[in-house]
Unconditional design. Structure first.
Length: 398
C-alpha cells in the first residue's frame, strides 16, 4: 500500500492572558498593515508596467521598519510579517493563474484577524506552546490529542468576530492512510428538502441551521442596527452578540458535514456527485438563502480531500446530465420535470422518487465513466463538454 504524507491542521480554542491578548492584537494590526503596504506597492508598480516579487517586498519591509512612522513594526515578531508577504505572493500567483480575483486590501473591521508563526517563532514542548515575544505558554483547551510524536511546522493564531481565540497547529498526521478497498459505490443527489439523497434510497434530512436561528439572528441584528455607528462599547457588544449567532450556525453546519463526509468516504470506494454551479445558483433570489444554508460547495470540498486522504474516488457528473428526467429502469428521458414534481411514473410503469431516481442515475453514469473513460455521454445532446469526469486528488495547502 502506498505511503501517504498528509499534513493536517488541528484547531483548538485557547484563553490568552491580558498581556498575550494585547500582544496578539498588536501583531494582527501589524500583519494587516504590512500586507496592505505591500499590496499598495505592488499595485503601484503594476500601473507602471513593473513586476514586484516577494523578495522585493521583503526588502521594503526592512526599510519600513527603519522609518519613524512605522517603527512600531519592530515591536512584534518579524515572522508573521514575513508570512503576510508570502500570503500576498500566493494571492498574486493565484490571480495570474486565473484561479482568484485581484488581491484586496485588509479591513480592520471585516478582515480575519490572524497571524502565522513558523518553527523559528514558537516553542512546542511537552504540550506547551509558547509564541515569540511571550513569556508564558498559551492556555490551550486540548479538545483532542495531536498525533503521537507530531511536531507542528506552522502555528496560526486567530480571533473570530465572536471574540473567540483559536490556534491551529499544522503537522504531519501518520494516522491518515488509504483504507482497505471496498466494494460499495454510491450516487449522491443534493437538495433542499433533503440535504442528501443516496442511490441506496437513504435520505439525510436538511437541518436548515440558519432558518432555525433566523429569529435569534434577526433580533441580534436589530439590536446592532439601533446602536450608534462607531467604535462605542455598546455597538461592539451588539456586534459580537450577532457574530456569536453566526458562529453557532457555522459550527453546527460544519460539524454535520464532517460527520457525513467521513462516513461516506469510509463506507464507499466510489462516490458519484453532480458538478453543480453553486456560484450561479445562488443568484436565484428565492433560493439563494436556502442553498447557502445547505453548503453544497463545502460538502463537495470536504468529500474530495477526504477521498484523496483515504484512497477513495470521487466522480463528478456533468451538471447538464438529465438525472432527474431519466428513468433509471428503462432509460427513457422525460421532456419536462418541474421542481414541484417529487414523484413520477414512467411509461414503463415504474414509479420513481425524484431524488432517489436522480441518485441512481448519477451512480450509473459515474461508474460507466470510471470504467470506460470520462468521454461517455449518455442521453446528452448538448455540444461540447463531457457528462462525467474523475476528480483529481485535492492537495490541501498548508
Amino acid at each position: 500500500m502506498k505511503t501517504t504524507h498528509v499534513k493536517r491542521a488541528f484547531k483548538y480554542r485557547f484563553h490568552p492572558t491580558d498581556a498575550q491578548a494585547a500582544e496578539l492584537s498588536r501583531t494582527f494590526g501589524c500583519v494587516r498593515k504590512v500586507y496592505n503596504l505591500a499590496l499598495a506597492a505592488r499595485t503601484a508598480a503594476w500601473t507602471r508596467q513593473e513586476r514586484v516579487n516577494y523578495n522585493q517586498t521583503s526588502a521594503m519591509l526592512t526599510a519600513w521598519k527603519k522609518t519613524e512612522e512605522l517603527a512600531y513594526l519592530n515591536d512584534v515578531s518579524s515572522v508573521p510579517l514575513q508570512q503576510a508577504l508570502r500570503h500576498l505572493q500566493t494571492a498574486f500567483t493565484n490571480f495570474f493563474g486565473k484561479r482568484a480575483k485581484y488581491p484586496r486590501f485588509k479591513s480592520r473591521k471585516k478582515s480575519r484577524k490572524s497571524a502565522e508563526y513558523t518553527t523559528s517563532a514558537f516553542r512546542f514542548k511537552d504540550g506547551n506552546l509558547t509564541l515569540a515575544k511571550m513569556a508564558q505558554p498559551l492556555d490551550i483547551v486540548w479538545s483532542r490529542p495531536l498525533p503521537e510524536g507530531a511536531s507542528p511546522s506552522t502555528v496560526t493564531v486567530s480571533q473570530d468576530a465572536a471574540g473567540r481565540w483559536h490556534v491551529s497547529l499544522l503537522c504531519e498526521d501518520p494516522t491518515v492512510k488509504p483504507l482497505p478497498a471496498a466494494d460499495a459505490a454510491v450516487g449522491i443527489d443534493v437538495g433542499l428538502d433533503h440535504l442528501l439523497t443516496l442511490s441506496t434510497g437513504e435520505k439525510v434530512a436538511n437541518p436548515r441551521y440558519e432558518r432555525r436561528d433566523r429569529a435569534r439572528l434577526a433580533r441580534a441584528q436589530r439590536q446592532l442596527a439601533r446602536k450608534a455607528k462607531g467604535d462605542g462599547a455598546n455597538r461592539v457588544k451588539a456586534r459580537r452578540k450577532a457574530a456569536r449567532v453566526y458562529a453557532r450556525i457555522t459550527d453546527r453546519r460544519r460539524d454535520l458535514l464532517h460527520k457525513l463526509t467521513t462516513r461516506l468516504v469510509r463506507e464507499n470506494q466510489t462516490i458519484v456527485i453532480e458538478d453543480l454551479a453553486v456560484r450561479n445558483m445562488v443568484k436565484n433570489g428565492k433560493l439563494a438563502r436556502a442553498i447557502s444554508d445547505a453548503a453544497w460547495s463545502q460538502f463537495r470540498s470536504m468529500l474530495e480531500y477526504k477521498a484523496a486522504w483515504y484512497g477513495r474516488e470521487v466522480i463528478a457528473v456533468d451538471r447538464w446530465f438529465p438525472s432527474s428526467r431519466l428513468c433509471s429502469a428503462c432509460g427513457t428521458v422525460q421532456d419536462r420535470m418541474p421542481l414541484h414534481v417529487r414523484e413520477w411514473t414512467c411509461d414503463c410503469g415504474t414509479t420513481h422518487d425524484r431524488d432517489v431516481n436522480a441518485a441512481k442515475n448519477l451512480l450509473a453514469v459515474g461508474l460507466t465513466a470510471s470504467v470506460c473513460g470520462a468521454g461517455v455521454r449518455p442521453q446528452r445532446s448538448t455540444p461540447g463538454g463531457r457528462s462525467a469526469m474523475k476528480q483529481k486528488p485535492l492537495q490541501r495547502e498548508p
